[in-house]
Design a protein around this ligand. Structure first.
Ligand SMILES: *[C@@H]1O[C@H](CO)[C@@H](O)[C@H](O)[C@H]1NC(C)=O
Ligand SMILES: *[C@@H]1O[C@H](CO)[C@@H](O)[C@H](O)[C@H]1NC(C)=O
Ligand SMILES: *[C@@H]1O[C@H](CO)[C@@H](O)[C@H](O)[C@H]1NC(C)=O
Ligand SMILES: *[C@@H]1O[C@H](CO)[C@@H](O)[C@H](O)[C@H]1NC(C)=O
Ligand SMILES: *[C@@H]1O[C@H](CO)[C@@H](O)[C@H](O)[C@H]1NC(C)=O
Ligand SMILES: *[C@@H]1O[C@H](CO)[C@@H](O)[C@H](O)[C@H]1NC(C)=O
Ligand SMILES: *[C@@H]1O[C@H](CO)[C@@H](O)[C@H](O)[C@H]1NC(C)=O
Ligand SMILES: *[C@@H]1O[C@H](CO)[C@@H](O)[C@H](O)[C@H]1NC(C)=O
Ligand SMILES: *[C@@H]1O[C@H](CO)[C@@H](O)[C@H](O)[C@H]1NC(C)=O
Ligand SMILES: *[C@@H]1O[C@H](CO)[C@@H](O)[C@H](O)[C@H]1NC(C)=O
Length: 436
């Protein structure tokens, strides 16, 4: 009898295991993960994601794409080839398949989802490529650093990234097949070294988020590193998100949320800012001021009326810190040298008060930029009396902050400085694991 019970129990457990195996046939990953690097060899600090592009000689080629929250589509250095076979693509070159001018994607990217830039000349159809009987699809691309316009050709691209559970990198890969565009190397002038593409993360249907499918949800988590030698991360998909050393803490539990605002004529992301508070005193800002979030602008820019209010208040609360002459583009700087040695200064938070009383606290590491050993400045910039948008939140203000663009729920999640939580954007555990 006992034996029979044991056998039945064994069979039951087998069945339930089988059940589990079937029920668990959802992919083991909740997101895809890519490393984010900071570059300081261009005119301003910029950030790139590293993506696998083509599989050549038994290994993936990697390319760095500039992170751009506004770009209408992805573009990078490559050439079009219609009949790619092993060896047909020149060495050290990336070859992709052309899109034709007769396809609807071409019309859409040229019209509705194009760069809006008056300096761009109209595109033509007269281009073709060897041995291909169709017209190619030239599209205008605007260099986000110099603002100059050039022509690229729409393609059928293939981008590969690693899957993840939000804690480690899985060996399993995920492929995305966007219509991107191939641009000549001359289109990447003033880019950081080894950055040869623009990764559009905007809400455009031709940006990356539109090409990532189930089970991934349209949620972009971005954590820009301040550290040049240890990458930050971009994760796409639902959480959890875990960073060392507290790998049991889901970063989602540290986030506050505010609605993401869509503005006409922009594929970028905006939030409402109600006021800016420094040491309990509120700096009034006009009703319904929207702030754009930018990965290209290095420092937060404020329209003059808002800027003056912030600087006046900040000056008042930092009077115990010796001043220094202002260093452009900043207007308020401090002397950080005492008896010839550099001292670190600590300043009150600058709190961006958002909808529903949510507070984005900008602490010293994100508000004070050390310029030289002797001088540190309030890292906000006056963008002029009529600048539109009135506020652009630049990257210095959200390095080592975890931010989440949830396009499913149209919310923006933010952690404020992770350094206050004893971690940083450079603390992802990139150890490759096989998954569960
Ligand atoms: C391209 O690279 C392969 C492998 O490294 C090499 O065998 C081949 O000779 C190269 N071709 C040219 C044209 O340089
Ligand atoms: C290019 O060719 C396509 C297909 O023939 C046509 O629909 C489109 O209007 C042309 N565009 C230009 C700018 O000539
Ligand atoms: C992604 O996965 C590939 C193959 O498993 C691996 O070689 C590569 O190092 C991984 N990339 C990162 C950033 O971990
Ligand atoms: C660019 O890439 C090359 C080859 O991968 C590498 O040797 C070089 O150090 C890189 N340069 C920078 C500035 O990252
Ligand atoms: C930057 O990363 C390197 C490599 O992980 C580490 O040794 C260094 O301490 C980090 N620097 C800072 C300021 O966190
Ligand atoms: C501010 O936004 C609210 C809600 O979106 C709207 O009802 C109100 O009219 C706006 N006020 C101004 C001055 O634009
Ligand atoms: C900072 O203050 C010290 C005196 O404490 C002075 O010698 C030095 O020149 C000042 N530096 C700047 C950049 O103002
Ligand atoms: C600076 O040096 C002077 C003379 O050596 C000393 O009296 C003073 O305490 C020092 N100040 C600080 C802040 O260390
Ligand atoms: C987004 O919305 C879904 C369903 O409406 C909800 O289950 C989920 O918790 C929301 N996510 C966040 C981060 O608010
Ligand atoms: C990183 O992840 C691997 C695999 O899960 C784990 O073995 C290792 O302990 C983790 N590293 C740290 C520092 O926790």
């Amino acid at each position: 009898m006992f034996l029979l019970m044991q056998i039945i129990f064994f069979l039951l457990s087998l069945i339930s295991h089988e059940h589990e195996a079937i029920a668990a046939f959802v992919p083991p990953y909740s997101s895809v993960v890519v490393p984010v690097n900071k570059h300081i060899d261009a005119v301003k600090p910029l950030y790139s994601v590293q993506i696998m592009t083509a599989f050549v000689n038994q290994q993936y080629m990697h390319a760095n794409f500039l992170i751009d929250l506004d770009a209408p589509f992805i573009w990078h250095e490559c050439i079009l080839q219609w009949n790619t076979f092993p060896g047909s693509c020149p060495n050290d070159t990336l070859c992709t398949y052309p899109a034709s001018c007769e396809e609807y994607q071409c019309t859409e990217v040229r019209t509705t989802y194009s760069y809006q830039n008056p300096s761009c000349s109209p595109v033509t159809n007269d281009s073709t490529i060897p041995d291909w009987g169709y017209c190619t699809c030239p599209v205008n691309v605007v260099n986000p650093i110099t603002g100059s316009c050039s022509q690229a050709l729409l393609n059928y691209d293939e981008l590969t990234v690693n899957t993840s559970n939000g804690r480690n990198v899985f060996t399993g890969l995920y492929g995305a097949y966007p219509n991107a565009a191939c641009a000549p190397s001359s289109s990447f002038q003033s880019f950081p070294a080894n950055v040869t593409g623009v990764m559009a993360l905007s809400s455009s249907p031709y940006a990356l988020p539109a090409y990532l499918y189930d089970p991934l949800k349209r949620i972009i988590a971005l954590c820009l590193p301040s550290n040049l030698s240890a990458p930050g991360i971009m994760l796409y998909g639902t959480g959890p998100y875990n960073l060392l050393p507290h790998s049991n803490v889901d970063i989602r539990s540290l986030l506050s949320h505010t609605p993401l605002i869509k503005l006409p004529d922009s594929f970028g992301y905006f939030i409402n800012v109600n006021s800016i508070v420094i040491k309990t005193r509120s700096i009034a800002i006009p009703m319904n001021t929207t702030a754009k979030i930018s990965t290209i602008e290095p420092f937060t820019t404020l329209r003059t009326d808002i800027y003056n209010g912030v600087v006046r208040r900040f000056f008042k609360v930092t009077q115990r810190i010796p001043p220094a002459n202002a260093v452009a583009p900043f207007g308020l700087c401090f002397n950080t040298s005492t008896n010839g040695t550099q001292v670190s200064i600590k300043v009150p938070d600058i709190d961006f008060m958002l909808q529903d009383g949510k507070k984005w606290a900008i602490s010293t590491t994100n508000s004070i930029k050390q310029i030289t050993k002797d001088v540190a400045c309030l890292a906000f910039v006056d963008s002029g009396a009529t600048s539109e948008p009135a506020i652009v939140i630049g990257t210095f203000q959200f390095e080592d902050n975890f931010v989440v663009f949830d396009l499913e729920n149209s919310t923006f999640g933010f952690s404020s400085s992770l350094l206050r939580k004893q971690t940083s954007c450079s603390n992802f555990n990139f150890t490759l694991t096989d998954g569960p």
